[in-house]
Design a protein around this ligand. Sequence first.
Ligand SMILES: *Cc1c(COP(=O)(O)O)cnc(C)c1O
Length: 367
Amino acid sequence: MNLRPILLTPGPLTTRDATRRAMLQDWGSRDPAFIALTAELRERLLGVVGGAGTHVAVPLQGSGTFAVEATIATLVRRTDRLLVLANGAYGERMISIGARLGLDVQTLRWPEDAPVDPAAVEQALQADPGVTHVALVHCETTTGLLNPMAEVARIVARHGARLLLDAMASFGALPIDLATTPVTAVIASSNKCLEGTPGLGFALVETSVLAAAEGVCASLSLDLHAQWRGFEANGQWRFTPPVQVVAALVEALRQLEREGGPPARLARYSDNLDVLVQGMAQLGYRLYLAANLQAPIIATFRVPDNVGFVFDRFYDGLAERGFLIYPGKLTKAPSFRIGCIGALDRRDFERLLAAVAEVAAAAAGPG
Ligand SMILES: *Cc1c(COP(=O)(O)O)cnc(C)c1O
């Protein structure tokens, strides 16, 4: 492949040249320059969701799942009860994490094509006052479905429980306002809507809650309280930080601000999705979700059932043309996914649609 690959996935994503260029430098992890970079990172992350003053940002080495596991392990005690709301693979992953940690985990499940229902959450919390924490996936990347986060947050708060939000696929694009929405922990990573490079997760945690979580986490490296105390003590990471990933993420966050913040990014992604969905419809590919549930993050398309569609051949044809798409993750209907996020705009999607038309024509032709 001689083209620069266009990643139409849920991450890692296509990044800007300036973001990757920020990695062309060595940093001493205990040097003042890197300490300043870490401070800028933590401050900018809070700024994205209006959490300054109420929350603290705790970055953690690893992918997003590491940050989800660290947050649950640090904030949920063995005497607590965690209710996980699940309508896809990432909700199921939080159930697994809670079970592995030996926590008291309750679950409420919905089909993959249905949003979490706030009324059912309300009922469950009424029926079981022992629930102390509720975990929700904001945008369920399994399908690209957007869950009603703000409504659920208000219900959870009204019942005196704490919301742990997996905002991995939404942070930086979809609206999250910690000043008006009660969320105890917002968890995300470097390589999705922030358009950084992979290797870093983070949680923004309500300061008073994190301060009270000393000694809860049974893991040394995943202990977010200890990680936070480390930053507060001397501005440094406890263990080797991914210095280049930090540098790239700070650059990506500066670009997010220059672009106009999350609203501008959301507008660009929404435009990407519109071009994609309309063009794909003309080529005979239908969305899996009802349009009003589809977030402009990643679109799931049903495999057309008329022709002999072979995903691997479709994938290879697009890959030869520089576009990397994603297999489906549904447990039932056969599907594939095309991401709308990353440093891409409608011109990339117009070129993609031309490539899809070519690949489909080749598949339908002789030989
Ligand atoms: C990407 C993602 C994660 C984390 O996945 P990693 O592969 O560990 O980075 C968690 N939740 C959601 C909703 C995601 O989209």
